[in-house]
Design a protein around this ligand. Structure first.
Ligand SMILES: Cc1cc2nc3c(=O)[nH]c(=O)nc-3n(C[C@H](O)[C@H](O)[C@H](O)COP(=O)(O)O)c2cc1C
Length: 213
């Protein structure tokens, strides 16, 4: 009989400056506190180091994070019960780095292998109205195509009423100094991690997360 209590949560993110990484770590804490198993993965750069060298700190940050997190794989997606997608916003949209990995999931999509897993979104922007909602909603598009059951945080955490996050997914505003997520942004991210585990566990118990033909 399938184990319905163990919930493996893949947290696949891209981060250049550490803000999205901060949310990913907070989500992982939420997953762990609810008894789930977080798997943190960082999507890799798609440009040369020569180009990266033109943006101060990019190479150093990438090297640090790549030493800490493996790159996400197809196998990670296939073995997870739930997948969270996190990205810094790029003109109100998903970063190419995260999207390149998502696009590599076409084979699993074709076989219906991700159908019925839980999906959730989070992102970081520089400015308050710089596209955090549109970025999370853009993630909803491909989550729907992949057949994921989308679980947003809604207004389930009190920090939401103090201006943190979005109802579509956790978010952080990093500002011009690219600071790490605030305590309230972290609270929303932790809540999202807990909620994903709760919903995934309930779906597994109901036999709803199996791939249906
Ligand atoms: C090419 C490019 C486009 C960006 N577009 C936006 C944007 O539309 N809105 C915004 O608020 N920030 C934008 N940013 C800033 C980052 O999304 C923001 O600094 C984010 O917090 C970085 O997250 P990270 O520290 O995880 O890399 C952009 C950055 C780059 C390099």
């Amino acid at each position: 009989m399938a184990d319905t209590t163990n919930v493996t949560v893949l947290i696949a993110f891209y981060s250049r400056g550490g803000s999205t990484e901060g949310l990913a770590k907070a989500i992982a804490e939420g997953v762990t506190s609810e008894g789930g198993t977080p798997v943190l993965r960082r999507a890799r750069e798609i440009v040369s180091r020569e180009i990266m060298a033109k943006a101060p700190g990019w190479i150093e940050n990438a090297d640090r994070m790549n030493a800490a997190y493996e790159a996400p794989t197809e196998a990670d997606a296939e073995s997870a019960d739930a997948i969270l997608f996190g990205t810094p916003t790029r003109f109100g949209n998903v970063s190419s780095e995260l999207k390149a990995w998502v696009d590599s999931l076409g084979g699993l999509w074709f076989q219906g292998k991700l159908n019925g897993k839980v999906g959730s979104a989070f992102c970081s922007t520089q400015s308050v109205h710089g596209g955090n909602e549109s970025t999370n909603l853009t993630i909803f598009n491909f989550m729907a195509h992949l057949g994921l059951i989308i679980v947003p945080p809604g207004y389930g955490d009190p920090a939401m009423f103090r201006g943190a996050g979005t109802p579509y997914g956790a978010s952080a505003v990093s500002g011009q100094d690219n600071h790490l997520p605030t305590p309230e942004e972290v609270e929303v991210a932790r809540y999202q991690g807990r909620r994903v585990v709760q919903v995934t566990r309930a779906l597994k118990a109901a036999g709803e997360t199996a791939t249906k033909a």
